[in-house]
Design a protein around this ligand. Structure first.
Ligand code: SF4
Ligand code: SF4
Length: 637
């Protein structure tokens, strides 16, 4: 049992702990207000599910498995300590079960700690930036477990019949001398060591990265309530300051994230910019922002854009969301980088000449290439489809088809949308186009930080669609999908927006489209970031490919770990330095064992289509067909 001195030590430990936490929270308070309580109950229960399932961590199997045991051991140990201090006598059966569960969990956790240590020193190519703190924490935990087992070992020397319920403790008992005279002293020494190691570890938590034990659950609970890909909306008429260049211009959750990061490097490992030698590493951005946050203790004006977080770093991001979705700590990298981008563009006017040209084209002509806006509907003039302006009762249509700028102006992609029109007609659907009344959805402008331009384009489209009382939109462009579905609702545009992947699959399933041919070949499906990570559409495109009769193969970087083609975040219209992401992507496909007898690459995004075609050209592999899923299903009808 604990004596009064022990209770004093425990009180001191919690005091040091609370002071440490308070110091951190004071820093987060420098950030702006952000209402993270909107969907509190939903977020709370989803956080519980994420924490107890360890789903995020288990994507890396070995590491996740050991972390899971460490986590459950922590919980079990807490419960057992509480039970131990209750004034009740535990029945011996329960005590024996407790003993064996705790013993085995502790053994696995101990092996896990050794594995974590080994992983840090052996997997150098993972980009771990090993710091002394990482090893100190591991050794500290190791000592806590070893002293715990030694305490147990001494007990087992006395109560030999208990050994069967503590196999790991039994192993440690070989280190205990057989002379029983030593046992009281040894028992006291191990207990004291264990006790002080545990207390000092608890006191150290807020001053080290072990604080993630508390911050990760908070990070999950207080995640951004906006839909994925939608960003903070500014009151453009009444605001003079945009974006962030000081810690006080980020919000409190953004600042808390900086202390939550455990430097595991998963964001970096999945970042296409980092993997193609661009100056951006999302992990480094978070760490560099943390440096500025700590610098703000002395200088509140310390700039976020500095020698580490440069314009080049920020504009290397394709907004692919791989960092956010793969971060086990729920850190929202993109929210921070977007605010910095907005600061650079709207406050500093720091934009490349190519981006300036893009903005000019979008502003004057409503498309990225500067094609005359009046020609936007020409691609469809000869087709069996009507423009909304020609229809007496626009409400009578089932849906509006939104081809986007690529569908309207890109020669290769307009072949895809023409086939879609044919498919819709085969299925006897009532639909229409906006034609020259449509303008760019605004995605490249918003993702490049030009909120004014995005606002102008978005409001124009919303006004047009609301005038026609549009309720349902089908689009083949995932960037348009995300903008119309997630962003427009912030401006009063509320529509049911459906991707062509989901829509086509439903038509086949409902029997409105009949598959009559079996196409031969072996394809790989390249996930579009805005379809997959942004809108959780992973299976539908694959199912369509399978329905056509094609064999589909999968390879390592897919789904949530899919590798961006390089076209997102407005980068489709900007020059990329070598090595290019699309070339890297095609090389990954061709070099994989599944790539050997591949006949084609399937895509479900106009940017991915262009990028994959360019990539196959780079490697003189034009024998590999690159097709949109709409073209694949069209061939099978
Ligand atoms: S941001 Fe997330 S994924 Fe990246 S290093 Fe930190 S904890 Fe790991
Ligand atoms: S969004 Fe994609 S490109 Fe941007 S930092 Fe994250 S992983 Fe890298």
């Amino acid at each position: 049992m604990l004596n009064s001195l022990d209770l004093l030590f425990i009180s001191l430990t919690f005091l040091v702990f609370i002071i440490g936490f308070f110091i951190k929270a004071k820093r987060w308070k420098r950030g702006q207000e952000s209402d993270r309580f909107k969907n509190f109950y939903e977020s709370f229960f989803s956080a519980l599910e994420r924490i107890f399932s360890h789903g995020d961590l288990l994507r890396e199997k070995k590491m996740g498995f050991f972390h899971l045991f460490l986590f459950y051991l922590f919980i079990v140990a807490l419960i057992l300590i509480l039970i131990f201090h209750l004034p009740i006598k535990t029945p011996s059966v329960i005590a024996n079960i407790q003993s064996i569960v705790l013993d085995l969990c502790a053994l696995i956790a101990l092996i896990g700690i050794i594995y974590f240590y080994y992983r840090r020193i052996s997997e150098k190519n993972r980009g771990f930036d090993n710091k002394r703190e990482d090893f100190i924490l591991l050794v500290w935990l190791l000592l806590i477990f070893v002293t715990g087992f030694l305490m147990e070992a001494v007990r087992l020397k006395v109560f030999k019949e208990k050994a069967v319920f503590a196999p790991a403790g039994l192993f440690f008992s070989i280190f205990i001398p057989s002379d029983q005279d030593f046992y009281p002293a040894l028992s006291q020494i191990f207990w004291r060591l264990h006790f002080f190691l545990v207390l000092s570890f608890i006191a150290f938590i807020p001053y080290s990265k072990a604080i993630h034990i508390f911050l990760i659950p908070l990070s999950y609970i207080f995640k951004n309530p906006l839909p994925k890909g939608a960003y903070k909306l500014y009151d453009l008429d009444n605001s003079e300051e945009f974006g962030a260049n000081k810690v006080s211009e980020l919000n409190w959750k953004d600042l808390m994230d900086l202390d939550t990061c455990v430097r595991c490097g998963r964001c970096q490992e999945n970042c296409p910019a980092h993997l193609t030698e661009k100056p951006l590493s999302p992990k480094k951005v978070i760490q560099d922002l943390k440096t500025v946050l700590y610098r703000s203790d002395k200088d509140l004006q310390s700039p976020l854009v500095n020698e580490d977080i440069t314009e080049e770093v920020i504009f290397s991001c394709t907004t692919c969301r791989a960092c956010v979705e793969n971060c086990p700590a729920g850190i929202e990298h993109l929210d921070k980088m977007m605010e910095i981008k907005r600061y650079l563009v709207l406050m500093e006017g720091s934009i490349s000449p190519e981006a300036q040209l893009l903005f000019k084209n979008l502003e004057r002509n409503g498309n990225p290439w500067g094609m005359p806006a009046s020609t936007r509907g020409e691609w469809a003039k000869e087709l069996d489809v009507k423009f909304l302006v020609e229809i007496d009762d626009p409400k009578s249509i089932d849906f509006l088809f939104w081809p986007g700028c690529a569908g309207a102006f890109d020669d290769r992609y307009s072949k895809v949308v023409k086939k879609l029109i044919d498919i819709f007609n085969k299925a006897n659907l009532k639909f229409a186009l906006l034609g020259e009344e449509e303008t760019c959805c605004g995605d490249p402008a918003r993702k490049l930080g030009n909120e004014y331009l995005y606002d102008m384009l978005a409001r124009q489209n919303i006004e047009t669609m609301n005038n026609y009382s549009i309720k349902r939109i089908v689009t083949s462009c995932p960037h348009c999908l995300n903008t119309l579905k997630q962003d427009y609702s912030q401006l009063g545009g509320n529509y049911e927006v459906i991707s062509h992947s989901e829509f086509l699959l439903n038509l086949v399933k409902d029997g409105r489209l009949n598959i009559t041919k079996n196409i031969e070949g072996k394809f790989v499906y390249h996930d579009s970031c805005y379809l997959a990570r942004y809108n959780d559409i992973y299976n539908e495109p694959r199912e369509i490919i399978k329905k056509s009769g094609l064999k589909i193969t999968e390879f390592e970087r897919r789904g949530i770990k899919g590798f961006c083609c390089g076209g997102g975040g407005g980068n489709m219209f900007l020059e990329e330095h070598s090595p290019r992401m699309n070339d890297t992507r095609v090389k990954q496909i061709l070099d994989s064992s599944e790539g050997k007898d591949l006949t084609g690459i399937a895509t479900a995004c106009p940017f991915c289509l262009t990028m994959m075609i360019d990539g196959t050209k780079t490697y003189n592999r034009e024998d590999i067909a690159v097709k949109d899923i709409a073209e694949i299903i069209y061939e099978a009808l």
